[in-house]
Design a protein around this ligand. Structure first.
Ligand SMILES: Nc1nc2c(ncn2[C@@H]2O[C@H](COP(=O)(O)OP(=O)(O)OP(=O)(O)O)[C@@H](O)[C@H]2O)c(=O)[nH]1
Ligand SMILES: [Mg+2]
Length: 318
């Protein structure tokens, strides 16, 4: 499908015109590329449906303006090697929220601008008759809209909204970044390192128990060094994924040694989606509670009034 001549407009991707034109025919930037007839152009430009400024898919850098215009969301950076289970953590969060299994006393789910993106990561973990639940597909490193940012907003007990962005990036980026901070292919990892408010450093237990465990440990040490050198006082947690897999105590000790230079408390979480139901839910709950409890230091948010019942705002977010 042809794109708009404005590089920051994604009207071809089923979102509205970035310059705010009600129909694409009125937009000079769109017409510049689409002034001859064509099926695509007719479909989009003459549509009587009003398009929304977001598509529901995971967001890219440009899409973030839409959310950040209101308030700076809390960005959660998930750093870990390839196939470490990073996307699986996000899929589990979405499914637990969707089933009503993750309920926090302080935070209630409010909305998400990336429901299709969440569906895409979680779909494979869902049980369907005749088909065992599977793991999320690999996150490709060459996707034009990566890193995929998944959005969730929670309403706090004092009625304030808190927006969260979860960066779902491929492990290859972090590998390149840990070896060479300036690598051209590490742009996305640099972005996450710069913008993350909360850092999850992932330890893949499967890799540490496998035939290439030495290499996995060395890769982790490099990544941990890089993350810690750029953390600058931000909170970090060590997240062991695939907790159902046994790892030699000496290997666990080597991993903990690699993060001793982290200057403050380093909470640890061990997750598994293969453990018995209740147990595995509980470990995810603890991690999500820790993430949601994050407060930006130095920011004192004013008290807000309770939910507005003015009909003018009826369609605002509940
Ligand atoms: N045994 C076990 N395997 C798991 C668990 N969670 C994830 N996995 C495995 O980890 C693999 C990778 O999971 P992903 O969530 O796609 O990993 P990722 O870190 O997002 O990978 P990239 O996007 O490629 O960097 C899956 O295919 C599973 O085989 C777990 O709790 N237990
Ligand atoms: Mg992934």
């Amino acid at each position: 499908m042809e794109k708009c001549s404005n590089p920051y407009c994604f009207a071809d991707d089923n979102t509205s015109c970035a310059d705010g034109h009600m129909t694409l025919q009125q937009c000079p930037a769109w017409n510049k590329h689409h002034n001859n007839e064509g099926e695509v152009q007719k479909d989009l430009a003459s549509s009587e449906h009003m398009m929304l400024p977001w598509s529901g898919l995971a967001m890219g850098g440009t899409d973030l303006n839409f959310i950040t215009g209101k308030v700076k969301p809390i960005t959660v950076g998930i750093f870990g090697p390839e196939s470490a289970g990073k996307t699986t953590i996000l899929a589990a969060l979405y499914l637990l929220l969707g089933h009503g299994d993750y309920k926090s006393e302080k935070y209630r789910f409010s909305n998400s601008y990336t429901l299709s993106g969440w569906e895409a990561v979680a779909n494979s973990l869902r049980w369907q008759p005749g088909q065992p639940p599977n793991f999320p597909a690999h996150t490709p490193s060459r996707s034009s809209r990566s890193p995929g940012m998944l959005h969730l907003a929670f309403r706090q007990s004092n009625h304030e909204l808190r927006d969260f962005l979860f960066a779902d990036a491929p492990g290859e980026w972090f590998k390149k970044w840990s070896v060479n901070q300036q690598s051209e292919e590490a742009e996305g990892a640099r972005w996450i390192s710069k913008h993350a408010d909360v850092v999850l450093l992932i330890v893949d237990r499967e890799a540490l128990a496998g035939s290439r465990k030495g290499a996995a440990r060395n890769d982790f040490q490099l990544l941990a060094q890089r993350v810690i050198s750029e953390i600058h006082g931000r909170p970090m947690a060590l997240v062991w994924t695939k907790g159902d897999i046994e790892v030699a105590p000496a290997m666990e000790a080597a991993i903990r040694k690699a993060v001793v230079s982290f200057p403050s408390d380093l909470p640890e979480f061990t997750l598994s989606i293969k453990d018995a139901e209740a147990q595995s839910k509980q470990c995810f709950h603890e991690l999500f509670d820790w993430i949601l409890a994050f407060k930006r230091s130095g920011v004192v948010l004013p008290e807000t009034a309770p939910v507005n019942h003015d009909p003018l705002f009826r369609f605002s977010r509940k």
